[in-house]
Design a protein around this ligand. Sequence first.
Ligand code: SF4
Length: 182
Amino acid sequence: MHTSILTKYRDPRPPWYTIYPTVPDFSAAVGADDYEEWLGGLPADESVSLYFHIPFCRSMCWYCGFPTAVIRRNGPILNYLAVLRQEISLVSEQVRQGLPVSDVHFGGGTPHLIGPAEHLALMEFLRRHFAFSKTAAIAVEIDPRTFTPEMAEALAANGVNRASIGCRALIPMCKGDQSDPE
Ligand code: SF4
């Protein structure tokens, strides 16, 4: 591998493109005023994408590199959703009214742990604060180990039209396997 590529990507804090500003750009120099200015400066003729991180899982995968916490009870989720609604209100006050939304993504963590009723309430809250396009792509990440038929029905009823399931293939290599495949 070229050392120039290693140099370019050696920052131990990779940019998570679902977060803005991306991780390497977070610092004490970025404050509330900057955030307010960026939100107020969103182009009037463009729609936006919204990302919601639900940082909870029922168990920890040993390869996990995502911001999440293992919880057994739903109390932390409910507390988190209350704060999330406050944040949604604050952000919606800073952007122009009726900001069009073309994409919504629920990531995690395990976003469907919030449960059918809470997901419905969250979607209703979002639709009150932003102008969803009729063709908005609404996506959710799914962990099949904890996904339920009730949650599937609720997501469909809430307009979710895309689901993603992450797969990791972990293949141990022994000395004899290290040559290039033919
Ligand atoms: S389900 Fe995803 S976010 Fe949760 S521990 Fe496993 S890899 Fe991490």
